[in-house]
Structure formats: structure tokens, C-alpha cells
Ligand binder design. Sequence first.
Ligand code: GDP
Length: 297
Amino acid sequence: MAFEGLSERLQGAMTKIGKKGRITEADLKEMMREVRLALLEADVNFRVVKDFVKKVNERALGSDVLESLSPAQQVVKIVNEELTELMGGEQEPFLFSKKPPTVVMMVGLQGAGKTTTAGKLANYMKKRENKRPLLAAADVYRPAAIDQLQTIGKQLDFPVYQKGVEANPVAIAEEAVEEARMTGRDLVIIDTAGRLHVDELLMTELKNIKAAVQPDEILFTVDAMTGQDAVNVAKAFNEQLGITGVILTKLDGDTRGGSALSIRSVTGKPIKFTGQGEKLDDIEPFYPDRMASRILG
Ligand code: GDP
């Protein structure tokens, strides 16, 4: 599971300080050194770490925390709160259109988990929000992607709008939205093409789809296992496309989890869901406070 290393090290640092009745500035410094190392080792972006440590220090040294009755608990509480804040604070709601259908564009690099996550999200929205999804296959460069989406559609019993590999992805997206309107589907999830790297052609196509269907959500799907790179790619997609949120996949894998902690502060965009397995049920909304508590144990 993700965060094991980070969790262990942070908990170690917290336990150590927790045993002390009184805490000196030197104790705090020692603890923060460990926290810093733990975060860096978990692949959290170094600027994010620096900022985080600064904030916790300022709060711990200010307002008489060290002189309080339970200084260790206060410090642990501050770390928890700042971790929560780092990951976005409050959980961000999903943006539904006031005028159905709600249109969602899934974007990201190839292999990130877009197609699978499109299915997972549709499944989740049906179960939890009572939505009637329609999936749209706008990744026309990989015939396998269309087949994969159709298989998912069949499994979940959702219609899949597709026009094969010859059609124009922008037209597919537009027609899918129209089809949803005509057939009373209130959620359209568009699976778009990914490439191995961020490139101009891909971005232009995505921008054209965005302009054509004006999605309510543009969800950047990213593999948490890719560490620091996840953050760089998220930044690029956000700058070019203006994403509305992030879905972090493969958190069930052996990832160090750093991207979960950096993406929000680097892009300013919230993580809305996480993928925690290959099955179509393996999706969870992202709650920064729960994740912080899970990491701190
Ligand atoms: P796409 O190229 O972005 O559309 O990626 P796919 O949806 O085809 O996913 C690539 C691979 O990652 C597939 O083998 C998926 O089963 C797998 N995958 C996607 N999400 C998750 C996840 O949350 N956990 C795990 N373990 N595997 C995932």
C-alpha cells in the first residue's frame, strides 16, 4: 500500500516526541529534521517539503505551544492539520452541471489509467449519485482503447458512444454529448487519447475537445507510482488545459505516495478521487483529512 515508508517514519518521529513531557526547541528541531527526511524520501517535491516544515515550525514555536500542558500532542496535531492542508484541506465537491448532462473529460498520459478510471467513475456516479452515464471513446489512436471502453461499458451496462478509429475525436465528443441529451443520459465521461509524453499535438486536440464541449470537469488522471514526474506532468496539463481536478491511480501499488502530497500545492488543483485497484469498484473520493490521519496512524 502507498505511504507505508512515510507513515512509518512520521509515526516514529511523532512517537519519539510524544514520549516527552516537555519539549525543547532542540527536540522540535530534531523531530522536524526527521519529518523533512521522511517527506523527501517519500518523493514529496522539495519546495513543498520546505514550505511544510516552515509552516509547522512557525506554528509550533508560536502561540506558547511548547509551554502548553500537552506540547507533544499539540505538535502532532499541527503536523496532522498541515498535512491535511497540504493535500487540499476540505474535500472538494464534484462539479455537476446545473443543466444536464454533466460533461467530464478524462485526460492524462498513456497508461495512467484513464480508460479504467472512466469506467470506475461512471460506476461510482451511478451507485452514489444515481447518475445515468454515457461513456465516449475519443481515444481514436489506440483501437484497443475503444475495445477496452466497450468491454467496460458492457460490464457495467452503460452505453458507449464510439465511431471507430477513423472519426475525429472532437466530433465524437460533441456527438456523444448530443446523444446523451437525446437519450436522457445525465453524465458523459469522455475518454481521450494519451501519449507517452506531453506533446503539442495531444494538447491541441484536448484543447479543441474542451472548446467544443465545455466540460464541467477536466480530470487529470495520473499514476501515483510515477513519483515526482506525476507532479511535473500535472503541472503541464494544468498550464495548457486548465484542469479542474486530479485522479491519482494505483495508490494500491507500492508507491511512496509523494505525488499525493505535492500535486495540490504545485498545481493548486484538488485531488478528487483515488484509484486503489484494477476492479471497477476500486475508486474512492479523496478526503485530505482522512489521508493525513491514515499517514500519521
Ligand atoms: P490509459 O492508457 O490511461 O487509458 O490506462 P488504462 O486505463 O488502460 O490503465 C492502464 C493499466 O493500469 C491497466 O492495466 C489498468 O488495469 C491499470 N490500472 C488503472 N488504474 C489502476 C489502479 O488504481 N490500481 C491498479 N493496480 N491498476 C490500475
